[in-house]
Write a protein that binds this ligand. Sequence first.
Ligand code: GTP
Length: 328
Amino acid sequence: MPKRLTADQYIQGLRAHDRLVLSRAITLVESTLPADQALAQEVLAAVLPHTGHSVRVGITGVPGVGKSTFIEALGMHLVDEGHRLAVLAVDPTSQRSGGSILGDKTRMNQLAAHPQAFIRPSPAGRSLGGVARATREALLLCEAAGHDVIFVETVGVGQSETAVHGMVDFFLLLMLAGAGDELQGVKRGIMEMADAVVITKADSGNELAAKRARVEYQSALRLFPHATSGWAPVARTCSALSGEGVAGVWEEIGRYLALTQGNGYFGQRRQEQNLQWLQHSIREALEERFYARPEVAARLPELQQRVMSGQQSAFAAAAELLGLDGGA
Ligand SMILES: Nc1nc2c(ncn2[C@@H]2O[C@H](COP(=O)(O)OP(=O)(O)OP(=O)(O)O)[C@@H](O)[C@H]2O)c(=O)[nH]1
């Protein structure tokens, strides 16, 4: 098989819900080669009218909280209901050659084998900005290929959550009972982004602790300023092992959608997210062009030194470099 398909082959394959073509189209948007990028943009432009019709859910939580087990349990529930699910991962630290942790197919065996599910690990070896862009484009491709529920998974300890929050409709934070936020490395900012907090592993004698944690998180969530969506974030418990509470999480997402689609917030937020991505893309392209200039690359190290040692102000150094850029 040739490495690349033609734009038409990608477009037809996506419209035909061909998972192999979807996988190859995602590889294309992940590529940094200019020729691939041009082809990827052509494909994305053609399928754009067929995107946007899914529920986009961000799922985060520290390693070991049970993300993959939860995604497999909820995912199987969804495909049984007739949904077509795609699971994408955002993990800027992952190296695919070294075996990406997130989205690794071996973590979700049942789901990975299901014809209505599509699982994709994080693009490897890129900056957060690069990973986030590739994931957002992959999300659109999944929608074009008929997936009506998209999960975007992230590790829950760093910057990736903000990026993921900017591309989803609903943000789910998984937490363990009996461990403080500090212990779990979850930043207050991440709690603030959550539309729901789910206490995992509420089974095997852990039920009471989970219930207690749920009450604590519920009152913690009440302290945050009221969201413009009109939605009051909820805390729940679940066991991915027994299945208890898993469907309830989906029902909660359904309630959120009914509320925000009813009051117009859902569409408004999607528009805002699109606008943010435009601004983000402009910034990224400008920066890339700037640093790619040989004059800039040649002068940069010396100016960095001068700024560090206080010989020159950061502002003046930046002005000098931007002058070299010729206003590009
Ligand atoms: N008792 C119990 N154990 C669970 C449950 N869900 C996950 N586990 C266990 O918790 C451990 C971590 O689960 P994973 O699903 O791999 O967790 P993860 O958050 O995806 O972890 P990473 O792959 O490291 O990011 C595994 O040993 C699971 O078997 C649950 O509902 N109940």
